[in-house]
Design a protein around this ligand. Sequence first.
Ligand code: SF4
Length: 323
Amino acid sequence: MVTILDRTAAPEPKRVRHPEKAHRPDTEVMRKPEWIRVKAPTSKGYAETREIVRTNKLVTVCEEAGCPNIGGCWEQKHATFMIMGEICTRACAFCNVATGRPNALDPDEPQNVANAVKQMGLNHVVITSVDRDDLDDGGAEHFEKVIFAIRAASPGTTIEILTPDFLRKPGALERVVAARPDVFNHNLETVPSNYLTVRPGARYFHSIRLLQRVKELDPTMFTKSGIMVGLGEERNEVLQLMDDLRTADVDFLTIGQYLQPTRKHHKVVSFVTPDEFKSYETVAYTKGFLMVASSPLTRSSHHAGEDFARLKAARAAKQALAG
Ligand code: SF4
């Protein structure tokens, strides 16, 4: 008897999202406190944003990182586009973005992002990316193309970029700054003592220097950085990090609660209370940041449009005071 197997309908083998974490023991999951409550993504605006993202074949960090604010943000058509694919070459212990060997860059992506920005009528857009250590320029040219395409399609839209660290990619940062985004954001993510376990592929002082270099290259550009708390950091370390960012003349600091994407990710060491977030905010303002967003659900792209308007107003007020 001959058996003919029909393989045409066989499902694709499921890709392991974080191969480097698969062998790790499960971490303990802490119960979320009552102040971490998020809106379920069910609104009409959410569905419309989802449709625009799908039609233009785009990837968002909102979905890939499992952001808790997606219901509220997408309802208001605030999405953060993640360019250069959905596979990251780093393997940070906190991040839910898939890791592995990325695909080739999509040459249509800059125009697709620009089309989506126009369709959504965005006044302000945030563009981020996966780390692309495999590319000679770390993806700097692609960032530049995306910025130029958005400018051409929607000249009134302000552009915020949230970049990787371009470690060992000479000339990459300069190229991206020369494309003149309105806000340059690069997240430190955590305090230096956590880097080996939380952000092992990165170097704390390289990230500080990158932010400082942006200001040297273009003193008018707004700079921004963010961290997660609840990863075992000490309060004094957070205060030192604020000083380091001010040394680099960073304008805007965001601080939010780390939430664990899966049991294979870094555990939540503590849930920082709303009062502690408020205290960080107060201290950060005294250290000279133009703007600070500090709350359990703060994410670096949350309310980015409104925050950009406040950031500009804060700089104008400071300049007026200085005479
Ligand atoms: S906070 Fe940022 S990443 Fe999260 S849903 Fe809103 S725009 Fe997306």
